[in-house]
Design a protein around this ligand. Sequence first.
Ligand SMILES: [Zn+2]
Length: 433
Amino acid sequence: MWSTWLVGEHLSSLISPILPTPSRHSSVAVCNSDLSYGSVSLFNGNTLVKERERESVAVTDPRDGRRVALKKLPNVFQSLISSKRVFRELKMLQFFKHENVLSALDILQPPHLDFFNEIYVITELLQSDLHKIIVSPQHLSSDHIKVFLYQILRGLKYLHSAKILHRDIKPSNLLVNSNCVLKICDFGLARVQEPDEKKAMTQEVVTQYYRSPEILMGAKHYTTAIDVWSVGCIFGELLGRRILFQAQSPVQQLELITDLLGTPKPEDMRGACDEARSHMVRQRLKLPSLSALYSLSNQATHEAVHLLCRMLVFDPDKRISVVDALNHPYLDEGRLRYHSCMCKCCFTTTNSMRQFNVDLEPVASRPFQDGWEKKLTNIDQVKEEMHKFISDQLNNSNRVPLCINPQSAAFKSFASSTVAHPSELPPSQQHWD
Ligand SMILES: [Zn+2]
Protein backbone atom coordinates (compact mmCIF):
# COMPACT_ATOMS: atom_id res chain seq x y z
CA MET A 1 0.00 0.00 0.00
CA TRP A 2 1.58 3.28 -1.07
CA SER A 3 -0.48 5.21 1.44
CA THR A 4 1.65 3.79 4.23
CA TRP A 5 4.41 6.05 2.96
CA LEU A 6 2.30 9.08 3.69
CA VAL A 7 2.42 8.67 7.46
CA GLY A 8 3.85 11.78 9.07
CA GLU A 9 4.36 13.51 5.74
CA HIS A 10 3.03 16.94 4.82
CA LEU A 11 0.64 17.52 1.99
CA SER A 12 3.20 19.77 0.35
CA SER A 13 5.66 16.93 -0.21
CA LEU A 14 7.79 17.50 -3.24
CA ILE A 15 7.84 13.86 -4.17
CA SER A 16 4.65 11.92 -4.15
CA PRO A 17 3.08 8.85 -5.64
CA ILE A 18 1.86 8.72 -9.18
CA LEU A 19 -1.58 7.14 -8.85
CA PRO A 20 -1.01 3.44 -8.43
CA THR A 21 -1.42 1.64 -11.72
CA PRO A 22 -1.80 -2.09 -12.22
CA SER A 23 1.86 -2.29 -13.16
CA ARG A 24 4.40 -4.55 -11.54
CA HIS A 25 5.04 -1.82 -9.00
CA SER A 26 2.03 -1.85 -6.76
CA SER A 27 3.31 1.04 -4.71
CA VAL A 28 5.20 4.29 -5.09
CA ALA A 29 6.66 6.39 -2.35
CA VAL A 30 6.44 10.02 -1.25
CA CYS A 31 9.27 12.24 -0.11
CA ASN A 32 8.95 15.31 2.03
CA SER A 33 10.94 18.45 1.36
CA ASP A 34 11.86 21.22 3.71
CA LEU A 35 15.31 22.44 2.85
CA SER A 36 15.65 25.87 1.37
CA TYR A 37 17.44 26.12 -1.93
CA GLY A 38 18.24 28.72 -4.50
CA SER A 39 21.05 31.16 -4.99
CA VAL A 40 23.33 32.04 -2.13
CA SER A 41 25.38 35.21 -2.11
CA LEU A 42 28.74 35.17 -0.45
CA PHE A 43 31.26 37.94 0.03
CA ASN A 44 34.67 36.85 -1.09
CA GLY A 45 37.19 39.61 -0.60
CA ASN A 46 35.70 42.60 -2.36
CA THR A 47 33.85 40.59 -4.93
CA LEU A 48 30.29 39.54 -4.51
CA VAL A 49 30.21 36.01 -5.82
CA LYS A 50 26.80 34.83 -6.81
CA GLU A 51 26.87 31.13 -6.41
CA ARG A 52 25.04 29.26 -9.08
CA GLU A 53 21.59 28.08 -8.32
CA ARG A 54 21.94 24.49 -7.28
CA GLU A 55 19.19 22.47 -8.83
CA SER A 56 18.80 20.14 -5.92
CA VAL A 57 16.80 20.03 -2.72
CA ALA A 58 17.01 17.96 0.44
CA VAL A 59 14.19 15.46 0.83
CA THR A 60 13.37 12.54 3.11
CA ASP A 61 13.24 9.18 1.42
CA PRO A 62 10.02 7.72 2.86
CA ARG A 63 11.18 4.19 2.24
CA ASP A 64 13.82 4.38 4.93
CA GLY A 65 13.51 7.89 6.43
CA ARG A 66 16.96 8.79 5.15
CA ARG A 67 17.73 12.40 4.20
CA VAL A 68 18.85 12.53 0.59
CA ALA A 69 19.38 15.11 -2.16
CA LEU A 70 16.98 15.32 -5.08
CA LYS A 71 18.74 16.69 -8.14
CA LYS A 72 17.21 17.79 -11.39
CA LEU A 73 19.32 17.28 -14.50
CA PRO A 74 18.67 20.51 -16.40
CA ASN A 75 18.23 21.34 -20.09
CA VAL A 76 17.72 17.75 -21.03
CA PHE A 77 16.21 17.87 -24.49
CA GLN A 78 17.17 21.36 -25.71
CA SER A 79 19.65 20.13 -28.27
CA LEU A 80 21.31 16.91 -29.34
CA ILE A 81 24.53 17.94 -27.59
CA SER A 82 22.82 18.84 -24.31
CA SER A 83 20.68 15.69 -24.29
CA LYS A 84 23.69 13.46 -24.94
CA ARG A 85 25.62 15.29 -22.22
CA VAL A 86 22.83 14.73 -19.69
CA PHE A 87 22.56 11.07 -20.72
CA ARG A 88 26.32 10.73 -20.19
CA GLU A 89 26.07 12.36 -16.76
CA LEU A 90 23.20 10.06 -15.82
CA LYS A 91 25.12 6.95 -16.92
CA MET A 92 28.17 8.14 -14.99
CA LEU A 93 26.13 8.71 -11.82
CA GLN A 94 24.87 5.12 -12.14
CA PHE A 95 28.37 3.80 -12.90
CA PHE A 96 30.30 5.33 -9.99
CA LYS A 97 31.00 3.18 -6.94
CA HIS A 98 33.46 5.13 -4.79
CA GLU A 99 33.27 6.82 -1.39
CA ASN A 100 34.69 10.12 -2.69
CA VAL A 101 32.60 10.36 -5.86
CA LEU A 102 28.93 11.27 -5.76
CA SER A 103 26.70 8.63 -7.34
CA ALA A 104 23.00 8.09 -7.95
CA LEU A 105 21.12 6.25 -5.22
CA ASP A 106 17.99 6.21 -7.32
CA ILE A 107 16.32 7.75 -10.36
CA LEU A 108 12.72 8.94 -10.19
CA GLN A 109 10.17 7.12 -12.28
CA PRO A 110 9.78 9.01 -15.57
CA PRO A 111 6.33 9.77 -17.01
CA HIS A 112 5.22 8.29 -20.34
CA LEU A 113 7.67 8.99 -23.16
CA ASP A 114 5.36 11.68 -24.60
CA PHE A 115 5.65 13.71 -21.38
CA PHE A 116 9.28 12.92 -20.63
CA ASN A 117 11.13 16.24 -20.29
CA GLU A 118 12.91 16.19 -16.95
CA ILE A 119 15.09 13.78 -15.07
CA TYR A 120 15.36 13.62 -11.31
CA VAL A 121 18.13 11.76 -9.54
CA ILE A 122 18.49 10.98 -5.85
CA THR A 123 21.97 11.19 -4.41
CA GLU A 124 23.50 11.20 -0.98
CA LEU A 125 23.00 14.48 0.88
CA LEU A 126 26.07 16.42 1.99
CA GLN A 127 25.55 19.61 3.96
CA SER A 128 28.26 21.81 2.54
CA ASP A 129 30.96 22.20 -0.06
CA LEU A 130 34.57 23.29 -0.05
CA HIS A 131 33.78 26.76 -1.43
CA LYS A 132 31.43 27.53 1.44
CA ILE A 133 33.98 26.19 3.91
CA ILE A 134 36.87 28.22 2.46
CA VAL A 135 34.93 31.51 2.57
CA SER A 136 33.51 30.78 6.03
CA PRO A 137 35.25 32.05 9.17
CA GLN A 138 35.73 28.46 10.33
CA HIS A 139 39.34 27.62 11.21
CA LEU A 140 40.98 25.11 8.88
CA SER A 141 43.82 23.19 10.50
CA SER A 142 46.52 21.52 8.45
CA ASP A 143 44.82 18.21 9.37
CA HIS A 144 41.67 19.48 7.64
CA ILE A 145 43.63 20.49 4.55
CA LYS A 146 45.44 17.16 4.39
CA VAL A 147 42.30 15.06 4.74
CA PHE A 148 40.41 17.16 2.17
CA LEU A 149 43.26 17.02 -0.33
CA TYR A 150 43.66 13.27 0.24
CA GLN A 151 39.99 12.66 -0.54
CA ILE A 152 39.98 14.88 -3.63
CA LEU A 153 42.94 12.94 -5.04
CA ARG A 154 41.48 9.59 -3.94
CA GLY A 155 38.22 10.31 -5.83
CA LEU A 156 40.10 11.67 -8.81
CA LYS A 157 42.33 8.57 -8.99
CA TYR A 158 39.16 6.51 -9.34
CA LEU A 159 37.71 8.81 -12.05
CA HIS A 160 40.97 8.87 -14.01
CA SER A 161 41.24 5.06 -13.75
CA ALA A 162 37.78 4.89 -15.36
CA LYS A 163 39.31 7.07 -18.15
CA ILE A 164 37.13 10.01 -17.16
CA LEU A 165 38.25 13.66 -17.16
CA HIS A 166 36.09 15.69 -14.77
CA ARG A 167 36.87 19.04 -16.48
CA ASP A 168 35.31 21.24 -13.80
CA ILE A 169 37.11 20.54 -10.55
CA LYS A 170 36.50 23.55 -8.30
CA PRO A 171 35.68 24.00 -4.58
CA SER A 172 31.90 24.22 -5.09
CA ASN A 173 31.96 20.84 -6.88
CA LEU A 174 33.51 19.19 -3.84
CA LEU A 175 30.73 18.36 -1.41
CA VAL A 176 31.58 17.94 2.25
CA ASN A 177 29.54 16.58 5.16
CA SER A 178 29.82 17.45 8.84
CA ASN A 179 32.37 14.65 9.37
CA CYS A 180 34.61 16.15 6.65
CA VAL A 181 33.88 13.32 4.21
CA LEU A 182 34.30 14.79 0.73
CA LYS A 183 32.71 13.75 -2.56
CA ILE A 184 33.42 15.01 -6.06
CA CYS A 185 30.17 15.99 -7.81
CA ASP A 186 28.77 17.61 -10.96
CA PHE A 187 29.71 15.57 -14.00
CA GLY A 188 27.99 17.90 -16.45
CA LEU A 189 31.30 18.61 -18.22
CA ALA A 190 32.94 15.21 -17.66
CA ARG A 191 33.94 13.06 -20.61
CA VAL A 192 36.01 10.04 -21.50
CA GLN A 193 39.68 10.67 -22.30
CA GLU A 194 40.48 11.16 -25.96
CA PRO A 195 43.32 8.78 -26.87
CA ASP A 196 43.76 10.27 -30.35
CA GLU A 197 45.93 13.38 -29.97
CA LYS A 198 44.83 14.63 -33.38
CA LYS A 199 41.19 14.88 -32.35
CA ALA A 200 40.16 18.33 -31.15
CA MET A 201 38.51 18.63 -27.75
CA THR A 202 36.32 21.50 -26.62
CA GLN A 203 38.09 24.33 -24.82
CA GLU A 204 34.88 25.51 -23.16
CA VAL A 205 35.74 23.66 -19.98
CA VAL A 206 36.82 24.35 -16.41
CA THR A 207 35.82 27.49 -14.51
CA GLN A 208 38.46 30.10 -15.33
CA TYR A 209 40.24 30.36 -11.95
CA TYR A 210 40.96 26.61 -12.02
CA ARG A 211 41.75 26.37 -15.73
CA SER A 212 45.11 24.91 -16.70
CA PRO A 213 47.64 26.88 -18.80
CA GLU A 214 47.34 24.45 -21.73
CA ILE A 215 43.59 25.11 -22.03
CA LEU A 216 44.14 28.86 -21.55
CA MET A 217 46.64 28.70 -24.42
CA GLY A 218 44.17 27.02 -26.75
CA ALA A 219 45.50 23.44 -26.71
CA LYS A 220 43.32 21.30 -28.98
CA HIS A 221 44.06 18.15 -26.98
CA TYR A 222 44.45 17.75 -23.24
CA THR A 223 44.63 15.01 -20.62
CA THR A 224 43.84 14.18 -16.99
CA ALA A 225 46.59 16.69 -16.12
CA ILE A 226 43.98 19.48 -16.44
CA ASP A 227 42.20 18.10 -13.34
CA VAL A 228 45.51 17.97 -11.43
CA TRP A 229 46.08 21.68 -12.20
CA SER A 230 42.64 22.46 -10.76
CA VAL A 231 43.49 20.46 -7.62
CA GLY A 232 46.72 22.46 -7.27
CA CYS A 233 44.72 25.71 -7.43
CA ILE A 234 42.35 24.37 -4.75
CA PHE A 235 45.27 23.22 -2.58
CA GLY A 236 46.70 26.77 -2.75
CA GLU A 237 43.24 28.17 -1.97
CA LEU A 238 42.91 25.92 1.10
CA LEU A 239 46.30 27.11 2.36
CA GLY A 240 45.75 30.82 1.66
CA ARG A 241 41.94 30.99 2.13
CA ARG A 242 41.68 32.94 -1.12
CA ILE A 243 41.53 32.06 -4.81
CA LEU A 244 45.09 31.45 -5.99
CA PHE A 245 44.78 32.92 -9.50
CA GLN A 246 41.79 35.26 -9.50
CA ALA A 247 41.85 37.02 -12.86
CA GLN A 248 39.23 38.96 -14.82
CA SER A 249 39.93 37.35 -18.19
CA PRO A 250 41.67 34.28 -19.65
CA VAL A 251 44.65 36.41 -20.75
CA GLN A 252 45.02 37.90 -17.28
CA GLN A 253 44.64 34.38 -15.85
CA LEU A 254 47.72 33.38 -17.82
CA GLU A 255 49.48 36.54 -16.58
CA LEU A 256 48.92 35.59 -12.94
CA ILE A 257 50.12 32.03 -13.58
CA THR A 258 53.35 33.20 -15.24
CA ASP A 259 53.88 35.77 -12.45
CA LEU A 260 54.26 32.77 -10.15
CA LEU A 261 55.82 30.14 -12.44
CA GLY A 262 57.88 32.46 -14.65
CA THR A 263 57.82 32.56 -18.45
CA PRO A 264 57.45 29.01 -19.77
CA LYS A 265 60.14 27.49 -22.00
CA PRO A 266 59.09 26.97 -25.64
CA GLU A 267 58.99 23.19 -25.12
CA ASP A 268 56.57 23.62 -22.20
CA MET A 269 54.02 25.17 -24.60
CA ARG A 270 54.03 22.39 -27.20
CA GLY A 271 50.24 21.98 -27.19
CA ALA A 272 49.49 25.72 -27.33
CA CYS A 273 48.07 27.33 -30.45
CA ASP A 274 50.50 29.51 -32.47
CA GLU A 275 48.79 32.78 -31.57
CA ALA A 276 48.96 32.07 -27.84
CA ARG A 277 52.61 31.09 -28.13
CA SER A 278 53.52 34.30 -29.98
CA HIS A 279 51.54 36.28 -27.37
CA MET A 280 53.69 34.66 -24.67
CA VAL A 281 56.92 35.36 -26.54
CA ARG A 282 56.00 39.07 -26.84
CA GLN A 283 55.63 39.39 -23.05
CA ARG A 284 58.51 40.56 -20.86
CA LEU A 285 60.56 37.71 -19.49
CA LYS A 286 59.49 36.70 -16.00
CA LEU A 287 61.45 34.70 -13.45
CA PRO A 288 59.69 32.13 -11.27
CA SER A 289 58.70 33.31 -7.80
CA LEU A 290 57.54 30.03 -6.29
CA SER A 291 58.87 30.99 -2.85
CA ALA A 292 55.80 33.27 -2.66
CA LEU A 293 53.81 30.08 -1.94
CA TYR A 294 55.39 29.93 1.53
CA SER A 295 53.61 33.16 2.39
CA LEU A 296 50.16 31.68 1.69
CA SER A 297 49.92 30.79 5.39
CA ASN A 298 51.92 29.18 8.17
CA GLN A 299 50.43 25.86 7.02
CA ALA A 300 52.46 26.19 3.82
CA THR A 301 55.25 23.96 5.10
CA HIS A 302 58.13 22.74 2.97
CA GLU A 303 56.28 19.46 2.24
CA ALA A 304 53.06 21.28 1.33
CA VAL A 305 54.84 23.70 -1.02
CA HIS A 306 56.84 20.85 -2.55
CA LEU A 307 53.65 18.97 -3.50
CA LEU A 308 51.91 22.17 -4.61
CA CYS A 309 54.82 23.01 -6.93
CA ARG A 310 54.56 19.54 -8.49
CA MET A 311 50.87 20.18 -9.28
CA LEU A 312 51.32 23.71 -10.58
CA VAL A 313 53.63 22.78 -13.45
CA PHE A 314 53.11 24.62 -16.75
CA ASP A 315 53.82 21.63 -18.99
CA PRO A 316 51.02 19.05 -18.51
CA ASP A 317 53.41 16.19 -19.36
CA LYS A 318 55.68 17.19 -16.47
CA ARG A 319 52.86 17.80 -13.99
CA ILE A 320 52.52 15.18 -11.24
CA SER A 321 49.85 12.49 -11.80
CA VAL A 322 47.13 11.84 -9.25
CA VAL A 323 48.68 8.47 -8.37
CA ASP A 324 52.11 10.02 -7.71
CA ALA A 325 50.55 12.90 -5.77
CA LEU A 326 48.84 10.35 -3.48
CA ASN A 327 52.26 8.84 -2.75
CA HIS A 328 53.70 12.21 -1.67
CA PRO A 329 54.67 12.21 2.04
CA TYR A 330 52.49 15.30 2.64
CA LEU A 331 49.42 13.05 2.31
CA ASP A 332 50.50 10.29 4.73
CA GLU A 333 48.71 11.87 7.69
CA GLY A 334 45.57 12.57 5.67
CA ARG A 335 45.47 8.94 4.54
CA LEU A 336 45.91 7.67 8.11
CA ARG A 337 43.22 9.96 9.48
CA TYR A 338 40.77 9.10 6.71
CA HIS A 339 41.16 5.35 7.10
CA SER A 340 41.26 5.47 10.92
CA CYS A 341 37.82 6.92 11.42
CA MET A 342 36.16 8.29 8.27
CA CYS A 343 36.19 5.65 5.52
CA LYS A 344 33.85 2.78 4.87
CA CYS A 345 36.53 0.49 3.44
CA CYS A 346 38.26 -0.34 6.76
CA PHE A 347 36.68 -1.51 10.01
CA THR A 348 37.34 -1.78 13.72
CA THR A 349 37.41 -5.26 15.23
CA THR A 350 35.72 -6.21 18.50
CA ASN A 351 39.00 -5.74 20.38
CA SER A 352 39.22 -2.16 19.02
CA MET A 353 41.91 -2.92 16.46
CA ARG A 354 41.61 -1.09 13.15
CA GLN A 355 41.61 -3.50 10.23
CA PHE A 356 42.84 -1.63 7.15
CA ASN A 357 41.75 -2.56 3.66
CA VAL A 358 44.54 -3.88 1.45
CA ASP A 359 43.64 -1.37 -1.26
CA LEU A 360 43.24 2.08 0.29
CA GLU A 361 42.85 3.95 -3.00
CA PRO A 362 40.82 1.69 -5.29
CA VAL A 363 40.50 2.11 -9.03
CA ALA A 364 37.42 1.55 -11.18
CA SER A 365 36.67 -2.06 -12.10
CA ARG A 366 36.53 -1.08 -15.77
CA PRO A 367 36.74 2.06 -17.91
CA PHE A 368 33.53 4.01 -18.46
CA GLN A 369 32.24 3.27 -21.95
CA ASP A 370 31.03 6.04 -24.24
CA GLY A 371 30.79 4.17 -27.57
CA TRP A 372 26.97 4.33 -27.35
CA GLU A 373 27.12 8.12 -27.82
CA LYS A 374 28.16 7.87 -31.45
CA LYS A 375 25.03 5.87 -32.32
CA LEU A 376 22.73 8.64 -31.11
CA THR A 377 22.06 11.07 -33.92
CA ASN A 378 18.87 12.93 -33.00
CA ILE A 379 17.10 14.19 -29.88
CA ASP A 380 14.12 11.81 -30.13
CA GLN A 381 16.45 8.85 -30.28
CA VAL A 382 18.32 10.06 -27.16
CA LYS A 383 15.01 10.63 -25.41
CA GLU A 384 13.81 7.13 -26.18
CA GLU A 385 17.11 5.52 -25.15
CA MET A 386 17.26 7.52 -21.94
CA HIS A 387 13.68 6.61 -21.08
CA LYS A 388 14.50 2.95 -21.67
CA PHE A 389 17.71 3.23 -19.62
CA ILE A 390 15.85 4.69 -16.62
CA SER A 391 13.01 2.14 -16.89
CA ASP A 392 15.55 -0.70 -17.03
CA GLN A 393 17.30 0.64 -13.92
CA LEU A 394 13.98 0.78 -12.09
CA ASN A 395 12.95 -2.68 -13.26
CA ASN A 396 16.22 -4.13 -12.03
CA SER A 397 15.82 -2.51 -8.63
CA ASN A 398 13.80 -4.16 -5.90
CA ARG A 399 12.99 -0.79 -4.28
CA VAL A 400 9.64 0.95 -4.55
CA PRO A 401 9.97 3.68 -7.22
CA LEU A 402 9.62 7.36 -6.33
CA CYS A 403 8.06 10.13 -8.35
CA ILE A 404 7.62 13.91 -8.24
CA ASN A 405 4.50 15.47 -6.72
CA PRO A 406 3.43 18.30 -9.07
CA GLN A 407 0.89 19.48 -6.44
CA SER A 408 3.65 20.30 -3.98
CA ALA A 409 4.32 23.96 -3.12
CA ALA A 410 8.04 23.40 -3.55
CA PHE A 411 7.58 21.89 -6.99
CA LYS A 412 6.66 25.09 -8.82
CA SER A 413 9.92 26.93 -8.15
CA PHE A 414 11.98 23.78 -8.31
CA ALA A 415 10.61 22.69 -11.65
CA SER A 416 10.79 26.14 -13.27
CA SER A 417 14.57 26.44 -12.92
CA THR A 418 15.27 24.71 -16.19
CA VAL A 419 17.65 27.19 -17.76
CA ALA A 420 21.30 27.15 -16.83
CA HIS A 421 22.39 30.43 -15.28
CA PRO A 422 25.18 32.29 -17.07
CA SER A 423 27.32 31.90 -13.93
CA GLU A 424 26.92 28.15 -14.20
CA LEU A 425 28.69 27.98 -17.53
CA PRO A 426 32.44 28.20 -17.70
CA PRO A 427 33.58 31.60 -18.98
CA SER A 428 34.14 31.59 -22.70
CA GLN A 429 37.52 30.73 -24.09
CA GLN A 430 40.06 33.31 -25.22
CA HIS A 431 40.01 33.49 -29.01
CA TRP A 432 43.66 33.87 -29.91
CA ASP A 433 43.27 34.28 -33.67
ZN1 LIG B 1 39.56 2.66 4.70
